[in-house]
Write a protein that binds this ligand. Sequence first.
Ligand code: AQP
Length: 330
Amino acid sequence: MIKENKKTVFSGVQPSGDLHLGNYLGAILQWAEMQDKYSCIFCVVDYHAITVRQDPAVLRDRIIETAKMYLAAGINPEKSVIFQQSDVSAHAELAWILNCSARIADLNKMTQFKEKAGKNQETVTVGLYDYPVLMAADILLYNTDAVPVGEDQIQHVELCRDLAQRFNRQFGETFKIPELVIKEEAARIMGLDDPAKKMSKSAASPANYIALADKPEEAAKKIIKAVTDSGKEIIFNKDNKPAISNLLTIYSLLSDESIKDLEKRYRGRGYGEFKEDLAEVVKEFLTDFQERLYKIKDSDVKDILRAGAEKVRPIAEETLSRVKERVGIK
Ligand code: AQP
């Protein structure tokens, strides 16, 4: 399963809320498509989730739910590794060592922290501030070649590359420098209630997102209620028509029809008709997805996560051991 001659892909999702179409189209769908070409490691990044307050019982369930979402999206545990981050303690250990070369100035540039902390920068957790360093550790432990993520994570992957290069310069060649992989058209799915903000698990209102576990009927209603732009033409123009462009993107990615074809099909037709059709597409997608999702047993997921951690732990420990030698603590 760790395929010797293939490049390594690493990525993850935090079990911090209801996984949504943004996570699916921007990240997980891409992962599924990469499985044959690469040696893939997909992580449920629970240490990241606890950087903001979580209810322990809810978090425990969400870790399993997140892994189920990976499986329902087509991640095949016979081809790819799926594991829970906290099952491999090297993540936390390497993060600490990287903390000792990461600079405050690096982290102060991170826009996601600024957005998430907002006006509460003094009261949010140190973990939230340090999140990108832990993410760098996640990636670097596995000699990762490629990291497929959505647009909001670009800056974090760039920081990971900077930290690895700095470490290599200081201590000698240690880390492989990973490349960022972005699926341009799906990289930033926007909120249905506000197309200026990205679709997000931690959005204030569930009207912001289509959760992968939303009842198909409810999801369809969210599409019907989605904010639209002024005018009535159905055309893709992110600057002047951000809401319709976002809906066209979702439509195109779920139906495999190009945006050009959709624009042609809906020329002269109104938003109402367009949204009715998209609602059907979303309903159909969720019905199929959930049919797979609800068949997956908790006990099978736990076995898959356990086996996954066993497979990747030796790789992580080897990297950590090399790092400890380089810095002189081993
Ligand atoms: N709106 C989005 N469009 C495209 N891709 C997205 N991703 C997240 N939102 C969108 C991508 O999904 C992967 C997993 O994200 P994450 O769980 O690590 O956390 P996040 O990036 O902070 O996503 P959320 O949904 O907004 O979670 P919360 O609200 O908990 O912070 C990543 O590859 C991400 O780019």
